[in-house]
Design a protein. Structure first.
Length: 432
């Protein structure tokens, strides 16, 4: 891919219709190599890339079409009309302390007296019995089916999608893998296996063999006991023995280029199958699907799907001057205000308003916990304070020099003067 930069496809898209490749994808290669089927180390020639292999990828379309097309091979099934009702049962009526459901007649056996007909009864009829006139099949638009096949072919040419689907293509020279027409003349399975291994398909074939597992469920008894993964799909132009030679190789399927089937190109609705083309089949793709502008010669009224965007770089388009110049100015968001928070409940706000308060609270908490360093220091300071208080009391609080007694002496003189004055007033009162 490095040999063909994006400018190749850009120039090709502006060229005339007569130019062989007109690519819509920048990563598409102009030509594809053709390898000799018996000696893949040598290239026989090259061939232009068909336009159908450059179709846009539509996994949604492939999945929807595959879901509907896969229903068209179903066989109708239904229960018999008399199943559950093939007995002469009648209800016993009321008065016998049992339910009024119809019961099997007779006696002497376990069946006699058992409930019948009801869907809740053993051996009774089913609720809403299945019918053969159910809508089993689905009609799909022809153009949708053709688009799905085209995008599946394009996905099979991208190594990333092929590997994502689980195929082992580490030894494959290139994708799409095209071999000479001699492969169509192989008639023996041994020769076909040897040719596929030489082309680099050995790892994928071994993956199929290793994936063989016992099917869970009742399918084991219905002639589909085992399951295994899908291997390479060989697309040929003319069957000269290739179909018979490869029909017994596990995982390998063959299909004619004139009858491409979406169920083979995208098993399970997932595109990216590993495809091996023969030279004539690969060249015939251009004859069948033609070009994006010229239409498909062999499919009346059909044109290959177009890309929804020619330039998929959406960010570059949006940020371009042409787009930004006609857009409205960016609206500024309305001013928002933070919700008020209670500092008494929110520690972060409390710390912001009163720096260091949380650290002080933590120290106070540790000071009251025994065994901590802070608690020891608090007790040591308290002991020193008590000793200093006792020492002060011994020197300053003795006899008549204590603070209280010195204070009360100032009131004793006033108390005596008041008492004398009161006695004098009482004496004057007695003389009168």
């Amino acid at each position: 891919l490095e040999e063909y930069p994006a400018t190749v496809s850009a120039k090709a898209s502006h060229s005339s219709q007569s130019t062989p490749p007109v690519f819509a994808m920048a990563t598409a290669r102009p030509v594809v190599s053709i390898y000799n089927f018996d000696d893949p180390s040598t290239k026989a020639s090259t061939v232009p890339m068909p336009h159908v292999l450059c179709s846009p990828l539509r996994p949604d379309l492939v999945k929807e079409v595959h879901k509907n097309v896969s229903k068209n091979a179903r066989q109708a099934y239904a229960v018999g009309a008399k199943v559950g009702y093939d007995t002469a049962a009648e209800s016993w009526g009321t008065g016998r302390a049992v339910a009024r459901i119809p019961r099997a007649p007779g006696g002497g056996t376990h069946r006699a007296g058992q409930a019948t007909f009801g869907n809740q009864a053993r051996g009774g009829g089913m609720f809403n019995p299945t019918r053969v006139w159910r809508r089993w099949h689905r009609r799909v638009n022809v153009t949708q089916k053709r688009h799905a096949v085209a995008t599946s072919l394009a996905a099979s040419a991208l190594p990333a999608l092929v590997m994502a689907r689980g195929h082992k293509i580490g030894q494959v020279a290139e994708l799409p893998l095209v071999v000479s027409d001699g492969l169509e003349s192989v008639t023996k399975t041994k020769q076909a296996v040897e040719a596929l291994k030489k082309l680099g398909c050995g790892d994928d074939l071994q993956k199929v063999l290793d994936s063989k597992k016992l099917r869970p469920g009742k399918g084991k008894a219905r002639n589909r006991r085992y399951t295994m993964r899908c291997g390479p799909l060989v697309i040929y132009n003319e069957d000269n023995g290739i179909k018979r030679a490869m029909r017994n190789i596990p995982g390998v399927e063959t299909v004619s280029v004139d009858n491409l089937n979406l169920l083979r190109l995208a098993p399970g609705g997932h595109f990216g199958r590993f495809i091996v083309y023969t030279e004539s089949a690969f060249k015939k793709l251009s004859e069948i699907y033609g070009t994006a502008k010229g239409g498909a010669p062999q499919k009346k009224g059909y044109h290959l799907p177009r890309c929804a965007m020619e330039n998929a770089d959406l960010a570059r388009i949006i940020n371009s001057n042409e787009v930004q110049s006609v857009l409205k100015a960016k609206l500024e968001a309305p001013a928002t205000f933070a919700r008020k928070q209670n500092a008494l409940k929110n520690k972060e706000v409390y710390e912001r308003l009163n720096p260091g308060v949380l650290a002080r609270k933590e120290e106070q908490k540790k000071a009251s916990e025994k065994g901590t360093k802070e608690f020891t220091e608090v007790q040591k300071a308290k002991k020193a304070r008590m000793e200093e208080s006792k020492k002060h009391n011994k020197t300053q609080k003795k006899g008549e020099d204590t603070f209280y007694k010195t204070l009360m002496k100032a009131f004793e003189a006033k108390a005596a003067e008041a008492a004398a004055k009161k006695e004098a007033e009482e004496g004057d009162a007695e003389e009168e």
